[in-house]
Design a protein around this ligand. Structure first.
Ligand code: SDX
Length: 374
């Protein structure tokens, strides 16, 4: 298959919308949310401020942030029947399946008519943004035989998730670390999962369906599913000394090394640079710094010997590991962060919509006759 055909099939470099949400400069390795560089937001904003920025187009002032944060926190609880369903299925459902089931359950309880009304989309989007962390935390507590820890309204988004997951309030530094880890994946233009959300939205379907579709896309190992594979790769490598040979063997087998490469970035993913720094700081206080050492050795090897840089998933996996997140929940951490972007992108699609319907070039047989079959 010609490389041109491969690229067309992957919609490479195809512009499918005008957007005011996110700009990616792949050549320069630059990421901008609504005009702000990702480094500026990661250093100075909270996840709640970034979610507001993405969804509503500007950073909130003090009063807007207080109202948004309180509204979001008030929505964190789950309906009783959904809690019972999570408990019933926690031992057998895969994490991504549980998350999609949870959102479909919420949509089943929402008996409002699916009309194309901005206030309805925003209200549902806020509910999903608030409830996804609770679904994840309850799922993990139940599958480990522990009672769920009810959400608190006095904690920030990141701190409350860690509180519900671990049953104790995190220290400020840990909560701030996770907050930044949630800001970095919050949106990323027309990646596969966001494209899915916009396609579903473009048919004037509801926002629950758009986000369940997006989660179905992000689940794959070429997208958000990579982060779980990154840690499993580290765990197969006996020591930092054998990391280089392990990677060479993977490359020789024609395998894709998880956490590396990107369709848009021609240089290192700026989010990976920030996450590398977070991972290094966390590793310096950890019992198993070798995970970071192995990660860094592989990063340098892939850049120098293969010419491929890390992407978001690589050091996200290292940071989540040191934050004590179970590795099969790494893709769901990506989801809980990306919900803000999916909602923002869906709102933008609803506002200036035309059905998304690309075409394909037919390359199959023609002029066959049933009578001549076999
Ligand atoms: C995310 O799009 C987004 O914005 C996604 C994301 C977001 O925020 O939403 O940034 C998040 O999904 C990051 C990607 C996570 N996935 C992985 O880490 C899985 C491993 N990565 C690869 O499968 C790959 O790099 C992709 C899927 C990410 C990108 O694939 P492309 O653009 O289709 O590139 P390609 O597969 O055609 O590869 C181009 C060349 C190939 O060499 P040739 O076969 O042409 O000689 O680069 C090589 C590939 O072999 N290559 C890799 C590699 N990635 C590309 N070789 C080894 N390991 C890799 N990871």
């Amino acid at each position: 298959m010609s490389s041109e055909r491969i690229r067309r099939i992957g919609l490479e470099n195809v512009v499918m919308a005008d957007t005011e949400i996110t700009r990616i400069d792949g050549a320069a390795g630059r990421l901008i949310y609504r005009g702000y560089d990702i480094e500026d937001l990661a250093d100075n904003a909270s996840y709640e401020e970034v979610a507001y920025l993405l969804m509503f187009g500007a950073l909130p002032d003090e009063a807007e942030l207080a109202e948004f944060t309180a509204d979001l926190a008030s929505r964190r609880g789950l309906p009783g029947p959904l809690v019972a369903t999570i408990e019933e299925l926690a031992d057998q459902a895969a994490p991504m399946t549980m998350l999609r089931l949870g959102l479909l359950y919420l949509s089943a309880l929402d008996d409002r008519e699916d009309v194309d009304d901005r206030d309805l989309h925003v209200d549902r989007g806020m509910d999903i943004l608030a409830k996804v962390p609770t679904i994840l935390a309850y799922f993990d507590r139940f599958r480990n035989g522990r009672e769920p820890v009810e959400p608190r309204e006095d904690l920030g988004h990141a701190a409350n998730f860690l509180y519900m997951l671990n049953g104790e309030e995190p220290d400020e530094a840990t909560a701030d670390c996770l907050d930044t880890c949630l800001i970095l994946p919050a949106d990323h233009g027309i990646n596969a999962s966001t494209f899915t959300a916009r396609v579903v939205t473009s048919t004037q379907s509801d926002i629950y369906s758009a986000i369940v579709g997006a989660i179905s896309a992000i689940k794959g190992p070429l997208h958000g599913g990579a982060s779980g594979n990154v840690l499993r790769m580290f765990e197969e490598i006996e020591s930092p000394e054998t990391a280089g040979d392990y990677i060479e063997d993977m490359i020789d087998r024609g395998e894709r090394v998880p956490g590396f490469g990107h369709r848009v970035y021609e240089t290192v993913d700026p989010r990976a640079v920030i996450l590398r720094g977070i991972s290094e700081r966390l590793a310096s206080n950890a019992d198993d710094p070798a995970i970071y050492e192995i990660a860094h050795i592989i990063e340098v090897h892939m850049r120098n010997e293969v010419g491929i840089d890390t992407n978001l998933d690589y050091y996200s996996a290292v940071a989540y590991h040191y934050l004590g997140i179970p590795d099969d929940l790494f893709p769901l951490m990506f989801c809980q962060a990306r919900v803000a972007g999916w909602v923002a992108q869906a709102l933008e699609q609803y506002e200036d919509n035309r059905l998304i319907r690309p075409r394909a070039e037919y390359v199959g047989e023609e002029d066959l006759a049933y009578a001549d079959r076999n």
